[in-house]
Design a protein around this ligand. Sequence first.
Ligand SMILES: [Ca+2]
Length: 146
Amino acid sequence: MKKECSSMKLGAGVTAILYSDYNYEGSSIEFNTDAYTFGSSWNDKACSIKIIKGQPLPKTPGPGEVYVYRDSNFQSFVWRLKDSVSDLNSIGAKKVISSIRVGPNTQCVLYNDPNFGGKAFPVERDAATLGDWNDKAISIKVFKTM
Ligand SMILES: [Ca+2]
């Protein structure tokens, strides 16, 4: 593959791993949302790509669940969370979250320190952008409201 790839469309449940070098080497980044346009950092950079098929994710989170996304507007990579995460570094989501979908009767709170410390930012409904909290969260509480 030449370095001319700027966008792709992934099917439901598909994860694509892009690599900066041939033979799956160099730096890499994963995408698992079903439509995505590369950001400037990966536009025309990828040399190789791995495709992994998994279970399709429902379009919207269920009760007690939140989906957190690496990019704004629910793009690029989504983590499905059913529980609070005291250190988002453990799932590779530290300081990258840019948008959030919350399930029915569900809320989450972002924190800018591990273990639910530092400042808190509650999210009660779907947020396509996070304003000042873009790429800030280090821990997240997920809970049902009823
Ligand atoms: Ca981000």
